[in-house]
Every structure is written in structure tokens, then in C-alpha cells.
Design a protein around this ligand. Structure first.
Ligand code: URA
Length: 258
């Protein structure tokens, strides 16, 4: 366990024992979350500047791979699905990736978090949300007493990194969608949390901006769905962290009612 995790765990235990008002049992106070988010902003600024400087590639059109048909994916068990994803060449992103980023966390977890796509750190490690945005995601989850170790399963709309961290393209999302769809069926979470507009729009089927989607409970194939800002967006816009906190409270209310 890292020093930060140890300190956080000790902090949470202390708060839990104190039963401090206004704090989610086992979680952080809203002000504490805002402070932690603020601390991340400076570190993220240089990463964001570097990202903006990179050229945007459009690339050729994605092509379906007959070796990995949608019907094979739709009928896969978890292991087959994982293996199929690891060998996937359904779109152009297979050419530039180092690894396929399938998931992290507990497949038996109550909550499934769906993000956008792997970045450089995720592509190198094979795990989702391990960079700066991932650290903030872990803090957000800890603020409501959730962790990828125990209660959360994490994946992305795209399993491979778009070059230069550009936005996912519609045909890439379409090519990858059968994997995510089957992943959700097999994990069968109690609740879904979409972070960022790509996950939120795919899961809700809406094209509305995230700011207009958040604040409501949706249903994805019968699974309650909450949407919130992507942690990378929160790092760039710390003023949104109070809204993200409210989204997490909404998530908690749903989980508490289960
Ligand atoms: N952003 C995402 O949406 N997913 C990751 O895995 C990392 C960063």
C-alpha cells in the first residue's frame, strides 16, 4: 500500500470513528475533496498543455475484423471476452497501441465506472485510470467509501489508446461498443457511473453535453446510471468539483437504497 493510500485509509478510519456530521460514512468532507482536487490541478496543467500541442490525426476508416465478430463477442464468457479484446483488431487503434486496456478493479464490485479511453500511462501499464485523472478518480471514489480494490470495476468505452490522446472517433466507438456491451452484461453491476461525455452519451444514448446530462438517474439495460464529469475535466475546471460531489452523493443514494 502506498504512503498516500495509507494516509487516506487512516484519515477515513479516523473520520468514521468520529462520526463527523456532513461526512459520508467512511468518506471525505466536500471541502476536503475540493482541496484534493485543487492540489492536482497544477500537476495536470503541464500534461494538458502537452496534449493541446499534439497534432490531431484523423486516420483511415475503421474496418470490422471477421475474426472477432459482434456475435462472437455477444456470446462470450468473461474469459473469452477478455481474450478476444486482447487480440482485437476491429479498428485502426490496434495498430498504434502498446496494450489493450480491458479493466481494473473487482468484477464482482457493486459499481462499474466507465471512462473514455486509455491515455499514455494506461497504454503502457494495461490498466485504466492510472495517470493523474486516475488518481483523482480514486480520491473521488474514496470520498464515498468506494475503492477499485473492493467495490468498483473500471473500464473504458475504448480499450485502446487514441494516438496523441485525441477524442475517440465515432467508428472507433462503434467498433468497440460490442465489447463494452458484453462487459456490462457479464459484470452485471448494481449501478453504473459514466465519467465524461463519451461514456455518458454512449450509455444514455443522448447527444447532449455532459453539463446537461448530469443530475439525473438514467437506466442502461435496467441498470441505474449516474453520469458525472471526467476527472481530467475536473482537473482543468476545479469549479465543477462541487457538481461532481453532488453527482457522487446521488450515486450514494442509489447504492444505499439497494
Ligand atoms: N481517461 C479515461 O477516460 N480512461 C482512462 O483509463 C484514463 C484516462
Amino acid at each position: 500500500m502506498s504512503g498516500r493510500r495509507t494516509r487516506l485509509a487512516a484519515y477515513l478510519d479516523q473520520r468514521r470513528r468520529m462520526g463527523e456530521p456532513g461526512i459520508v460514512p467512511g468518506g471525505l468532507a466536500p471541502g476536503e475533496l475540493l482541496k484534493l482536487i485543487g492540489e492536482r490541478v497544477e500537476a495536470e496543467k503541464s500534461v494538458a498543455a502537452e496534449k493541446r500541442a499534439r497534432p490531431r490525426s484523423t486516420g483511415p476508416k475503421a474496418e470490422a475484423d471477421p475474426k472477432l465478430s459482434a456475435s462472437r463477442i455477444a456470446n462470450a464468457d468473461y474469459e473469452d471476452l477478455h481474450n478476444a479484446a486482447m487480440a482485437c483488431t476491429r479498428c485502426r487503434l490496434a495498430e498504434g497501441r502498446k496494450t489493450v486496456v480491458f479493466s481494473d478493479g473487482n468484477p464482482a464490485g457493486r459499481l462499474m465506472v466507465v471512462g473514455e479511453a486509455p491515455g499514455a500511462h494506461e497504454d503502457a501499464s494495461g490498466l485504466p485510470f492510472v495517470g493523474q485523472a486516475g488518481k483523482l478518480l480514486d480520491l473521488m471514489l474514496a470520498s464515498v467509501a468506494l475503492s477499485r480494490k473492493d467495490s468498483v470495476y473500471i473500464c473504458n468505452v475504448l480499450k485502446c489508446r487514441p494516438p496523441g490522446n485525441r477524442n475517440p472517433m465515432p467508428d472507433e466507438i462503434e467498433a468497440c461498443a460490442p465489447l463494452l456491451k458484453r462487459q456490462i452484461e457479464l459484470v452485471a453491476p448494481e449501478v453504473l457511473l459514466a465519467v465524461g461525455s463519451f461514456a455518458a452519451q454512449w450509455l444514455t444514448g443522448s447527444t447532449k453535453a455532459l453539463g446537461r446530462l448530469r443530475g439525473e438517474v438514467y437506466s442502461y439495460q435496467g441498470v441505474p446510471l449516474v453520469v458525472t464529469y471526467h476527472p481530467a475535466a475536473l482537473l482543468r475546471n476545479p469549479g465543477w468539483s462541487r457538481l461532481a460531489w453532488e453527482d457522487l452523493q446521488l450515486l450514494c443514494r442509489i447504492m444505499d437504497s439497494k
